[in-house]
Design a protein around this ligand. Structure first.
Ligand code: SER
Length: 340
């Protein structure tokens, strides 16, 4: 079996940790990781090479691109939705210009290697924007094309980057008399909020679910920044990692689109609290909505229709709500804080 060289940006983030620990179990994989921050020793040791630097620095990216031939790029680096509202211009730079830089790297690599380079990109339910709660309730599960009217900088950045990826794959420099060649195989999954037992996200608006769990596991009081009836889709991190690996492994012929919803469960914040409290009986969780963050969540869908992913590449989450808590989140988060 040929060894695959895989570039992962945002390696120090939540998905990066999960993805690297999974990929590192395979023999024929060389992981090259990029992050602004240094990686913890465990993650670092799982990588073939680690670079600290900024994806906006094209000279930094060029030096990495010269040193390796990538088969696959997982471009995970991003500023999440709450943080992006506080620093919109920085978010735009990282989320859009950063993605553009990586797509340029992919097409250059493809040209030089004379073969296709896969580009795996996590997008988000933030690409949706429902106008009001009544419409949200009536709309229910949204497919990929409904209500893509994002109201946040992050959502706009993600939706645009989905389209950039499609452009690089299908229409790049379409007017050239002598096309330069190069081929990017862009594949994108739109994630719901992700919940990991080992890491907490930073700067997201879906963070209330993982925060509720982790605060309870640490026996700390949690003021939840949303209303009890707030409902958006979530996914356990192992399924998130699995979705990325599955879409990467899918045959090109089976993919009818570049962008796929993936879903698994969709509890209200109140249902999350009940489930967390059944595992951590002394947990103190109070709902104290932050009206502005709430307003963002009210524009995100109650659930997603992921039938396209199920049909094209056999997507199926391993964890539903109960199984995610019973078999992964509760035991793993308990163990995580016990070992600290
Ligand atoms: N988790 C992201 C956020 O809250 C949404 O995909 O920003």
């Amino acid at each position: 079996m040929e060894t695959k060289t895989i570039l992962i940006t945002g390696a120090n983030g939540e998905i990066g940790h999960g993805l690297i620990s999974h990929l590192a179990e395979h023999d024929h994989v060389k992981i090259v990781a990029i992050d602004l921050n240094t990686l913890d020793d465990t993650t670092r040791n799982r990588c073939f090479k680690v670079y600290s630097g900024d994806i906006l620095d094209t000279r930094f990216l060029d030096s990495i691109s010269t040193a390796h031939d990538f088969d696959v790029i997982y471009h995970l680096a991003a500023l999440l939705s709450t943080r992006a509202e506080r620093q919109p211009t920085i978010a735009h730079k990282v989320n859009v210009d950063g993605t553009l830089n990586l797509l340029e790297m992919a097409i250059t690599q493809s040209r030089l290697q004379g073969k296709e380079v896969k580009f795996i990109y996590p997008s988000s339910i933030a690409v949706y924007g429902l106008p009001d709660l009544k419409t949200k309730h009536e709309a229910g599960r949204l497919n990929e094309d409904e209500w893509t009217e994002p109201r946040t900088m992050y959502g706009i950045n993600k939706l645009y980057s989905e389209r950039l990826g499609r452009y690089y794959m299908k229409f790049y420099r379409q007017l050239d008399a002598n096309p330069m060649g190069g081929s990017v195989d862009f594949r994108c999954v739109r994630f719901p909020g992700l919940i990991s037992a080992f890491t907490l996200p930073t700067g997201g608006t879906s963070d209330f679910a993982p925060e509720m769990l982790h605060y309870a596991a640490k026996s700390e009081h949690y003021d939840c920044f949303v209303r009890e009836d707030t409902r958006i889709p979530f996914m356990a991190m192992p399924d998130g990692v699995n979705a990325l690996l599955r879409i990467e492994a899918a045959s090109r012929a089976s993919l009818s689109s570049q962008v796929y919803n993936v879903g698994s469960f969709s509890p209200s914040a109140g249902e999350l609290k009940t489930r967390v409290k059944s595992a951590f009986r002394s947990a103190e969780i109070e709902f104290r909505p932050d009206l502005k963050r709430q307003a963002i969540l009210d524009t995100w869908p109650e659930d997603v229709d992921d039938s396209r992913a199920r049909k094209d590449w056999g997507w199926k989450p391993e964890f539903d709500f109960e199984k995610a808590f019973e078999e992964y989140l509760v035991p793993a988060v308990r163990e995580f804080y016990r070992a600290k």
